[in-house]
Ligand binder design. Sequence first.
Ligand SMILES: C[S@@+](CC[C@H](N)C(=O)[O-])C[C@H]1O[C@@H](n2cnc3c(N)ncnc32)[C@H](O)[C@@H]1O
Length: 215
Amino acid sequence: METPIVKLSDEELKTVYDPSEDSYLLIDALEVDLDMLQATKPGICLEIGSGSGIVITALAMALKKHNSHFIAIDINPDACKITKRTSLDNSVDVDVLQMNLLDCIQIKCTFDVILFNPPYVVTEYDEVLDDRLVFKTWAGGKNGREIMEQVFNIIPEILSESGLFYLVVIKENDPKYILSTFQKLNMSGKIVYERKIRGEHLYILRFRKIKKVKD
Ligand SMILES: C[S@@+](CC[C@H](N)C(=O)[O-])C[C@H]1O[C@@H](n2cnc3c(N)ncnc32)[C@H](O)[C@@H]1O
């Protein structure tokens, strides 16, 4: 998978997440799954919290010939602007919505791929509530799960029957707990990639719906 060109000025870096090891690990995991992703011919792919847009742009570039549609959400208006620019700079198009998580997404079983590299750092709850946009890039509150957990119940509703959900987490988020939470939502998940880097143990979890058996 080609790595998109991303240009962020010093001013933009004050609020927008600079692509880091976690962003690249998610792209690596998507690359490993690329044949599978291409085979499913995804119709609509969604990224929650797109930041610079590097991940959704990489996916859009890799799936270019499949006529898929790409949507990115971020709470940060600067990130939204830059996601759009990153996609166009790399000759793909991503529709961008400035929104809190999945607040205005009501369509059921629509997305074939959903990506989320959330703010996962364990912090005080005050930091989750802090209005400064840069806090939104990392502050995850208790267990680092306070933001990501807000979408867990919604994912099975908006994911298509054969869709895939990719989530970036760290050891402190307790990946096993997250896998068991999704199991209760009728979704099977596993660790598809992991890497230890500078004191952080990163994991990529991939989930799919458990197929209902017809009587
Ligand atoms: C760790 S950064 C990941 C950025 C990018 N996806 C990447 O991998 O480089 C988390 C992103 O989630 C966004 N975010 C945080 N809270 C959000 C919320 N409540 N709704 C939408 N986006 C949010 C942040 O603004 C930030 O861009």
